[in-house]
Design a protein around this ligand. Structure first.
Ligand SMILES: [Zn+2]
Ligand SMILES: [Zn+2]
Length: 133
């Protein structure tokens, strides 16, 4: 009666120990707690005013300042951009045609209906009841 005893050695695992005891220099770009334009959902190039804010913010961080200080400046800058009146109000509100009142409304309904088209329109004037003149 013999039994084969095969005892495999469980040895073989290499104890890899993470080398490197040197702390890398702090890089805010690697810090998940430091907001970036991307993390705040802002696309650089969308607004010159906000771009300048982010640019100043990144420069602030690059100078090694406290991220919370830089962030405070950024927030103030963003607020300034938001409160800044737009340089041009975009498309001006369409002015109503100043020709009126509608003569048909005046005679039939005894009320005064202005032309309901935009100022400077071509063709006949029209009122809300569909008259033309
Ligand atoms: Zn009318
Ligand atoms: Zn008109």
């Amino acid at each position: 009666m013999s039994y084969d005893e095969t005892s495999g050695t469980g040895e073989g695992g290499e104890g890899g120990d993470p080398g490197g005891g040197e702390a890398p220099a702090y890089d805010w770009r690697q810090d998940p707690n430091v907001p970036t334009a991307e993390s705040q959902g802002y696309t650089l190039g969308s607004d010159p005013c906000l771009d300048a804010c982010w640019d100043a913010y990144y420069k602030c961080l690059d100078r090694g300042r406290d991220p919370s200080v830089c962030l405070g400046d950024l927030t103030a800058c963003q607020r300034g951009c938001a409160e800044r009146p737009a340089p041009d109000a975009g498309t001006p509100a369409a002015q109503p045609c100043d020709q009126g009142p509608c003569p048909n409304c005046a005679s039939e309904f005894q009320d005064s209906q202005p032309c309901n088209q935009a100022l400077g329109h071509g063709g006949p004037h029209t009122c809300v009841r569909g008259h033309t003149w």
